[in-house]
Design a protein around this ligand. Structure first.
Ligand code: SF4
Length: 351
């Protein structure tokens, strides 16, 4: 039997149950040490028996790969319909873990530098399937006391376009905020820039105050459309108009905005591209540019030469644009940014 939502399953079995019991049930799935419904001793034995078909994780199987440095793990997770997704755990600068979750199987955006984009789109992930990526890694770390224990950050930068699965991503974030110690400023949702969905965020009072990152990758309209087929000629103007409304509505720095920029040799890393980016960043104002080293996903692109990367970065800095550079992690297990595409792997972990 496939149970798509644990909460709905509970409500179906106990339609007249007081709401505190549902809250106890939901919270139990985040309780350290609990591994099955039988561990939820706040429920009576009879209730646990009635819920015995509720799986502890909505995953059929998981294979885990570890990077040589031991600072990155990638899980290939098999879902109830035998489709697979990937999820990555990376050690962050503070010595804790940042978790990169997938929100869809495949992706319809087809960004040309991204391995997931070559898969096409299969389906959205359910709330439980996204939440359980976190819960799987929580249990993985519980079982390995030699590793740092805390997942402090979550980024929606795995497979899929999160805002194309808006409702489930929102509910996932609300669940994480409710049941873990992770705060909204430690969660980042990354998007290609779906303007209708970004606009929905502005009008949605229940959208959590998480950080947003827009994959810009070029401030030259033609270059952007070439590498991101979901783009279009007026995109930059539309994005600018959206940022004006975003900053007007959320004056707080907690909501600060990032533009992601993957560095592709001779494609978007020339001085002309830097100038276009500087002009756009100045127009937008309070934005951080995050330069991302390109991770090999095929023959079409090469990563920027170190000298070109450094020149591009310093051109931005000299123009007083706020710029950071992302560390590459897990590229030896194809867990680095843009490399997530399901493939065979060797290490198995029992669910
Ligand atoms: S970069 Fe993100 S939005 Fe683009 S194809 Fe890959 S997963 Fe989809």
């Amino acid at each position: 039997m496939v149970i798509e939502s644990r909460t709905r399953y509970f409500e179906e079995i106990f339609p007249k149950s007081p709401s505190y019991r549902l809250r106890q049930f939901e919270a139990a799935f985040f309780t350290p040490g609990f591994r099955s419904v039988q561990d939820i001793t706040t429920l009576s034995k009879g209730d646990r028996e009635a819920l015995k078909n509720c799986p502890w994780l909505s995953l059929k199987g998981v294979r885990v790969l570890s990077a040589k440095k031991g600072d990155t793990y990638k899980a290939i997770m098999t879902l109830h319909d035998n489709k697979e997704i990937e999820s990555v755990l990376m050690q962050n600068a503070r010595g804790h873990w940042t978790l990169c979750v997938s929100s869809q199987i495949g992706c319809a955006m087809a960004c040309t530098f991204c391995a997931t984009g070559t898969m096409g789109f299969t389906r959205n992930l359910t709330v439980d399937e996204i939440v359980d990526q976190y819960r799987f890694w929580m249990m993985f770390l519980e079982d390995r006391p030699e590793l740092p224990e805390r997942i402090t950050n979550i980024v929606f930068m795995g497979m899929g376009e999160p805002l194309a699965n808006y409702k489930n991503v929102k509910e996932t974030i609300q669940t994480i905020l409710k049941h873990t110690e992770i705060g909204p400023t430690r969660i980042t949702v990354s998007t290609v820039g779906l303007i209708p969905m970004l606009t929905q965020i502005l009008n949605d009072e229940t959208w959590p105050p998480v950080r947003l990152a827009v994959s810009l990758h070029s401030a030259d309209p033609k270059t952007r459309t070439d590498i991101m087929p979901s783009s279009y000629p007026q995109f930059l103007d539309k994005l600018y108009e959206w940022t004006e409304k975003y900053f007007a509505k959320f004056a707080s720095r907690r909501r600060h905005l990032t533009f992601e920029y993957v560095m592709l040799s001779k494609v978007n890393d020339t001085s002309e591209h830097a100038k276009a980016l500087i002009r756009f960043a100045r127009r937008v104002g309070k934005v951080r540019i995050n330069l991302i080293p390109y991770n090999f996903t095929g023959e079409v692109y090469r990563d920027s030469l170190p000298a070109d990367f450094a020149r591009f970065e310093s051109e931005l800095r000299e123009a007083e644009v706020l710029v950071t550079r992302r560390r590459t992690m897990g590229d030896d297990i194809a867990a680095a940014c843009g490399q997530l595409v399901v493939e065979n792997s060797k290490v198995k972990t029992k669910v």
